[in-house]
Design a protein around this ligand. Structure first.
Ligand code: DC
Length: 229
């Protein structure tokens, strides 16, 4: 059986992780896995069920029972057979996902699903804790970053596309609050793994980021095979 490779991409909201991870996966023929979408799916279900967000046990149960499918190259999300792609991209869902993601039982359940996905085939997986917790032995780890203003500008564009009205100031504030929560939680906070490559994408085009990561990929592997550690 050939070796499965994991490209782990972590970083704060709006750093460009999804765009770049999707492109890399397509280019390398890997599966793209957006772990943020999995936290969003659990948050959506919890809201549907009117779950009390302080009921950690219940949230953990929901995460365990959730049947989450990432379809069409990772662009569509299905929860328990229902397509919820468009419903999980609102500002309200970003905040709700950030809250449920701080619950240890939720993380345990989703990390288990993520590891199973990565064991089955080569993946480009993006999130907050992929290089630190989900796949600490991943050969290729990238920490993508950008200034809060750049990231808020990108988020604003995404929100505009969905028709939601927001100002740049508002989005900068929200993104800072969410980063603070994601970085300061006790379980698996957003953090750069010591062996991850740091890339600030503020002044880079998507093509430049893609090339930079492909170079790291080539440097850390040999013809797509892992080098001995
Ligand atoms: O990447 P995103 O904005 O869709 O993620 C939504 C929230 O989920 C984010 O605020 C933090 C959380 N998250 C996490 O804690 N760990 C991950 N691996 C991915 C996302």
């Amino acid at each position: 059986m050939s070796e499965k490779l994991v490209i782990a991409i972590d970083g704060p909201a709006g750093a460009g992780k999804s765009t770049i991870a999707r492109r890399l996966a397509r280019r390398l023929g890997f599966l793209y896995i957006d772990t943020g979408a999995m936290y969003r799916a659990v948050a959506w279900w919890a809201l549907q069920r009117e779950t009390d967000f302080s009921d950690m046990h219940r949230l953990g149960q929901l995460a365990k029972e959730a049947r989450i499918e990432l379809l069409d190259g990772g662009s569509r999300v299905r929860l328990n057979g229902e397509d919820i792609t468009d419903r999980i991209r609102t500002q309200q869902m970003s905040e709700a996902a950030s809250k449920v993601s701080a619950v240890p039982a939720v993380r345990r359940a989703l990390v288990e699903k993520q590891r199973a996905m990565g064991a089955a085939q080569s993946v480009v997986m993006e999130g907050r804790d992929i290089g630190t917790v989900v796949f600490p032995n991943a050969r290729i780890k990238i920490f993508l970053d950008a200034s809060a203003e750049t990231r808020a500008g990108r988020r604003l564009k995404d929100l505009d596309a969905t028709g939601a009205a927001s100002t740049l100031d508002q989005v900068v504030r929200e993104i800072r609050e969410r980063d603070e929560r994601d970085s300061s939680r006790a379980t698996a906070p957003l953090r750069q793994a010591p062996d991850a490559e740091y890339l600030d994408t503020s002044r880079m085009t998507i093509e430049q980021v893609e090339e930079a990561i492909l170079k790291i990929y080539r440097d850390r592997t040999s013809n797509g095979k892992e080098l001995p550690k």
